[in-house]
Each structure stands twice: as C-alpha cells, then as structure tokens.
Design a protein around this ligand. Sequence first.
Ligand code: SF4
Length: 363
Amino acid sequence: MPEPIALPSRREAIARARARGQRVAAVLPIHAPRALLTACNVHSVEVWGPPGVDPEIGASHFQAYTCAIVRNATSFLLAGHLDDHDAVLIPHTCDAMQGMASVLVDFVRPKMPVLTLYLPRGRRASDETYLVAELRRLGRDLTALSGVAPTDEALHAALDREAAADDAVAGLWRDRAGLALSDRAFFTLLRTREFLDAEAFVEVARTAPRGERKQRGIPVMLSGIAPEPMEIFDALDEAGAHVVADDLAGVSRRIYPRVEEPDPFRRLARSLLGAAPDPTLGQPIPERVAMVRRRMEESGARGIVVYNPKFCEPELFYLPLLAKGLAEAGLPLLHVEHEMTESLGAQTRTRIEAFVETLRGAQ
Ligand code: SF4
C-alpha cells in the first residue's frame, strides 16, 4: 500500500474555485489551454476516464472498439458526476475524442455547454495561424460562459502561472532522488496538476516531502496515456522495478516550452505546438523515437513500459516503429493494454513481472 500523503482533493479544488467566483469546466484529454480558461475565470478539472464507473452507461453510444477513456468519461457524465460543472471542454485529441464531442453535442445534449478545440496536426506557419484563430474562438465561448473577456495582460499573466507550474513538474523530476515518495505517491502528487490551479500545484510541489528516496530495483520509463489504475506502480514495485522517467500524456508530455511573444494567443499557440513529440499531435515518428530514446538514456531507464487503454489508435499507430527504434538502441519495450477498471488484472501483473525479470537477466 502507498504511504499516506496529504494532498488537496478534486472536491476541495472545485470548492476553492467556486469561492473565488470561478466557473468550473470538465476538461477531457489531452492538450487543453489551461491559461486561456483561467484568464476567462474558468477553473479546469480534467477527466481521464475515470476508473470505477460503470462503462456500460456510456458504451451504448459508441462502437465496441472505442477506448475506455471515452466510454468511462461519457458514463461518468451520464451518471451525473459532472452535473455541478458549468461546461465540458473536449479537445480534438483523436477520432475517439471527436466522436465523443459529436455524440454529446448531437445526441446526449447534456445540460451544460460542450466546448471544443480543434488542434492542428502539422507545424507549418498556417497551422499556427489556424490554432491562434481556434484559441480566439474558444476564448469567445469561454467569455460567453463566464462573462469575463481577458485582457492581453491577464492572459500573459495566466500563461506565466502555467509556465511556473510546468517548471514545477520538471523540478519534481529533477529532485526525484531527494523525494521521500514511492512511485505511486510521486505520481499521485504529479496528477494533482489535473485539477489544481497553477499556484496551488506549485505549492504542492514546493512542499513535497524530502528525504530518502523510496525506490529500488530496475529503473524503467513509463509511457502511455494515463496511469490508471494506479496499481500499475504497485505492480512495478512488487516486480522489482522503479520509474525513473515518464512520457505519460497526462504528465511529461504536457511540460510545454516557454515562449516569448507579445500576442498572448500566439504565445499560447506556439507553446502548445512546441509540446514534446506525441502521437495525438501528429509529430513525425522518428522525432518521437529520438525523444524517448534520449530521455531513457539520460535517466538510466533500462526498459520502457507503454501502458495504454485498449483501442488507443494514436498510440497503436506509433508503437511498432517506436519499439523498433528503441530495440536498435538495446532498449526493450513492453506494451500493456488495460481496461480502465479499479484494479490491475493478474495477466498484466504477470507480464510486468516477466518483463522486469528479462531486464534483470540482461544486467
Ligand atoms: S488518445 Fe487514446 S486513450 Fe485518449 S481518447 Fe484518444 S483513443 Fe482514447
């Protein structure tokens, strides 16, 4: 079992946002402009599944091969768990997420507005121009929701706060060796970024317990979409491995670069487009292979576990060439697909044990 660590809850974060007079939006994965939401006085609370809901409630709206994030998130909404939110924001992460937006807008019609953001897949000047216009359109939708139209100064200030929170994520990784946290506790802390405002997250990072690192065994990197269920960390620990780097969509893939640019919408667009190579952003596969390989080599990871919900098409598309590119550098990859349930299956545990054993044997 993980050691207890006192962290603010989602419920507390929402209550604090309400007390500040903010609207609250449920935000679906992956790349969403947090700064634009806060500048429009809207607090974002992310929905990555979650596990523990009955997926059948939402599943009837989708094909059987739709990923668990979309099925569970739709179930979560239909079961009334988002009734106290003022809007749902769905970025165009992939076809599955776009399908969810269409189903909500055209059929389910929840009582709160459904907002969208269409992200370009290229990195040309025209993609940046398009994204600036798209962010301005979303900004108008958020203003209609909250009544707050941000000034350029307000949006720049919100961008500065989000950049500080991204720095805090990177800083936690830099200080990992001096944090008295198991992997599960460390990622639980990192994932408070999904629902805390930027300043609150920076404070959580600043006060993370220091001391002897609670890790042992074979160093591995963890990639994939979201570490749900969190038992994945217990399974790695029990198998004799620990996580020394991550490439999770919900964590390190969203450490955006700092951008200097007078127009805050262009600054936001450039920052989003400058994210690390990610299948959902359409960067070339060789760039992604090079980035993952570099991060593994820098962190000393001996293998990588790619942990995805079943039927995650963007991840599956990149996987064969990622595995091949890493194998050429002597870096083994284990791909684990899972249902978004509350506990990890025995088969997954066995595969993780076998993978760690292979890495140990290669020492
Ligand atoms: S990126 Fe993958 S897991 Fe996320 S919504 Fe799309 S298909 Fe589902």
